[in-house]
Design a protein around this ligand. Structure first.
Ligand SMILES: CC(C)(COP(=O)(O)OP(=O)(O)OC[C@H]1O[C@@H](n2cnc3c(N)ncnc32)[C@H](O)[C@@H]1OP(=O)(O)O)[C@@H](O)C(=O)NCCC(=O)NCCS
Length: 194
């Protein structure tokens, strides 16, 4: 398991799936905003492509997010679009409604950065989010992501086109800010020793 300050990122367990599905995707508004495709109902028990983790797919690594203290399930985290030639990837995360607004999202981004830069040796990480998703924008910026551009009216969300913001973070920027803040120092030291 990967550990942050308050969250752990571990493998997806079978029992996580119905909880995540209900909390993240059953609600039409939340599901439509979190997912780039139109909301549709899924038969109970059918495989949900957003939650099935395929260990053989080298381009996507899916985690379940749990509370370090007690192990309660909090949501999902994904490193996707992993490109080992350009050494870049995208971050995705979604927390259950009861887990939001408590700093966990910011911690999940920190752990995904550690995974991307240290464990996978990537050079660039990217986040795309709706322009009005203040919590996601702040969680990324808190970890050093920089707004690089706006994709104007690029997302159709429940009856209107919404702008999407692209944020990027380079490995050297992340290392410099980690060194300044002391954040991730221990994890980095362990990775170097190993
Ligand atoms: C986006 C999400 C992952 C952020 O995680 P979170 O745990 O709620 O966010 P945090 O508590 O770490 O807060 C991050 C920042 O956003 C602010 N924030 C949190 N919730 C907010 C809200 N509803 N409105 C405005 N600001 C908010 C916090 O004050 C904090 O700001 P600060 O760094 O300036 O103090 C989470 O809200 C979520 O899962 N939302 C639904 C799914 C989603 O939008 N996923 C992202 C798709 S790209």
């Amino acid at each position: 398991m990967l550990r942050g300050s308050t969250v752990g990122l571990r493998a997806r367990h079978e029992a996580d799936v119905p909880v995540l599905r209900t909390g993240l995707y059953d609600d039409v508004v939340t599901g439509s905003r979190a997912d780039g495709s139109p909301w549709r109902p899924l038969k109970p028990g059918s495989d949900d492509p957003r939650l099935v983790v395929d260990d053989k797919n080298d381009q996507v690594v899916g985690f379940s997010v749990v509370e370090l203290d007690g192990g309660a399930l909090l949501g999902t985290a994904t490193l996707w679009g992993i490109d080992n030639h350009h050494r870049c990837a995208h971050l995705g995360l979604g927390l259950l409604p009861s887990a939001r607004g408590k700093g966990h999202g910011t911690d999940v981004v920190a752990v995904l950065c550690h995974y991307g830069f240290i464990v996978r040796g990537l050079h660039r990480l990217q986040v795309e989010t709706l322009a009005d998703n203040t919590a996601m924008l702040r969680a990324a910026e808190r970890n050093g992501f920089v707004r690089e551009g706006v994709l104007r009216s690029s997302s159709w969300v429940l009856g209107e086109f919404v702008d999407e913001v692209v944020l990027g973070l380079l490995a050297q920027e992340w290392r410099a800010s980690s060194a300044r803040s002391g954040r991730d120092g221990q994890r980095e030291a362990r990775a170097v020793e190993a």
